[in-house]
Design a binder for this molecule. Structure first.
Ligand SMILES: [Zn+2]
Length: 154
């Protein structure tokens, strides 16, 4: 999935890491002849890449970045009390991840972007919602679940 570059920092080895809009970090090494990214070695070069995008495979796999902290837990929802927007199609706030915890029953989970992917969530398979993605949740019979929202620690 393409994610925008919002900044850069160096890791302990001095290698440059691109900070992506999804809150994942991705190494952007210049190791010719294997990877050619001469722009990483100058501040000017790095600045010129701000706002362009990199493919983030961690987002494709719905791996939540490890550095996040939970900011909110929703109330418990059932098939009849869950917000309509979760069924019709919803996008999390910018820079926000969510964990879907199903206590009873099961939910169908569709990611409408980047591809039409259908997943299945029950109490033994919690799942994750990535930022900037349209998702929808459909109760598969009676269900009891809640969401945990995560973002970067302040
Ligand atoms: Zn990502």
């Amino acid at each position: 999935m393409d994610r925008l570059i919002s900044g850069f920092h160096q890791d302990e080895q001095g290698d440059w890491v691109a900070e992506l809009s999804c809150l994942h970090g991705q190494h952007v090494r210049h190791r010719p002849p294997f990877t050619n990214r001469p722009w990483t070695s100058s501040e000017e070069g790095r600045n010129s890449m701000l706002g362009s995008s990199l493919n983030c495979v961690c987002c494709d796999r719905l791996e939540m970045p490890g550095s996040l902290s939970m900011i909110k837990q929703t109330m418990h929802f059932t098939e009849s009390t869950m917000p309509k927007y979760l069924i019709q199609g919803h996008m999390l706030e910018k820079g926000c991840w969510a964990k879907i915890v199903v206590l009873e029953g099961a939910l169908g989970y569709s990611r409408l972007s980047p591809a039409n992917e259908k997943r299945h969530i029950d109490s033994s398979h919690p799942d994750t919602i990535a930022p900037n993605q349209v998702i929808s949740l459909k109760p598969e019979g009676p269900v009891l679940f809640y969401l945990e929202l995560y973002t970067l620690p302040v």
